[in-house]
Ligand binder design. Sequence first.
Ligand code: UDP
Ligand code: MG
Length: 314
Amino acid sequence: MKTPQISIVAPLYNESETFPLLVQRINALMDASPLSIEVVLIDDGSRDDTALKIRQVALMDERYHGVFLSRNHGHQLALTAGISAARGTEALFVIDGDLQDPPELLPEFYKLLKEGNDVVYAVRKKRKEGFVKRMGYYWFYRILRSISYVDIPLDSGDFALISRRVVDVLNKMPEESRYLRGMRSWIGFKQIGYEYERDARAAGESKYSFKQLFRLAYNGIFNFSEFPIKFMSRVGMAAIVISLIYFATVVLKKLFFAHVIEGFAALLFVIILFSGVQLLALGIIGEYVLRIFFQSKNRPLFIIKEEIVNREYI
Ligand code: UDP
Ligand code: MG
């Protein structure tokens, strides 16, 4: 096998059910393609026999490259491990292992890459998910875009074809709480969207728990915007101005009307209101401090237990 031009990178967590179809569709794609392609499959500490299946295919077929993490690290870190293990010299094609991102789009993405784009990212036209989830995604991306200091495209996930030079930059970004689609946008170069309809999962259920999804959204907001902290300082400033005006009116009343008794209820109200504001502000500062704390540990992002790979061209 020649040194791969393209690496297909797919993280898998308990995807035993979809696995045979995934391999079948990728094989069909590779057989029809003139490109030399390797397939990096990352086992993210699966509890079913996904790891076993990756092992089998990687041992039998030299185009497959298995990366086995020591435990479940979560989608973003599994992807990070796969991206750094991939050796495609031209580009990396990042897809979900559940076939929601059709691998068959590779030739079209590749064409756009060859036209001078460094990142071809997929934009979801339609989602085949429940109403609540769709609404959640819809608003999340719009809010994030409006407050972020990076131009993160709407409705695009990690599904993308990324050029080698952008991948090299990604591999040099050691940040701990990763929001890859934001990091990818931050890197720059020429990026272009490709509209597609996101399929339903081939089998099984979403492996993203509500908590994980929430954490991803959180990472998007806190890592790619200064809005929460800026907003709080603006509220703080407004509170100071309001309290000064209030103080001035009290003084004036006292001077001109004498014997003014100010209500305790109002006082209490103001105290409670602003303790609330302060607590909220502290919480938000805490979010940023927490990120500094985790980053300062400088831990490795992922731990690979084993790798099965064709060593000929390393
Ligand atoms: N995934 C992973 N580790 C996890 C959760 C998910 O590697 O902890 C993989 C999963 O196997 C799939 C991809 O990430 O290939 C996307 O996950 P999922 O389909 O569950 O997310 P959704 O499409 O529902 O957002
Ligand atoms: Mg999915």
